[in-house]
Design a protein. Structure first.
Length: 148
């Protein structure tokens, strides 16, 4: 997905098994953020920064939706543990991460594996991607400020 592309209507199932659709958020800007894994330090820092600045993001018309390939149960634990006020999509079939082009080969300590590239897509009120914050740009502890 690139700037100017229309985001897909069906985003996936959230932590409660509810289907999340683009049209559910008509008239709002969506912060669709893809992160590697629940309960890891970087992902927790990013989620908590968005949580701590959630009121300001909402005041500016944003809705926050997180996405990883963890399952619904893992997402619910992550939400409960960190008191996250936003929904998380459980993209266990990797459909959304592949559609958005954020799934690929990564490398850590010389070991290669498949995973999510931490990326945030800002989707406007019409469902069109207007901004992409790339993995190299994202600062997990200041992510809300980067969006605002």
């Amino acid at each position: 997905m690139n700037i100017g592309d229309k985001a897909p209507e069906i985003l996936g199932l959230n932590e409660k098994g509810k289907e999340i659709c683009l049209s559910d958020y008509k008239g709002k800007k969506i912060v669709l953020y893809f992160y590697p894994k629940d309960m890891t330090s970087g992902c927790t820092a990013q989620a908590c920064n968005l949580r701590d600045n959630y009121a300001e993001l909402r005041d500016k018309g944003y809705v926050v939706i997180g996405v990883s390939v963890n399952d619904a149960k893992s997402h619910q634990k992550f939400i409960d543990k960190n008191e996250l006020p936003f929904t998380l999509i459980a993209d266990t079939d990797k459909k959304l991460v592949e559609q958005f082009g954020v799934w690929g080969e990564k490398s850590m300590y010389g070991r290669k594996y498949m995973g999510i590239f931490r990326t945030t897509f800002i989707i406007n009120e019409e469902g069109v991607i207007e901004r992409i914050i790339s993995p190299k740009e994202i600062k997990t502890k200041e992510h809300a400020q980067q969006i605002l």
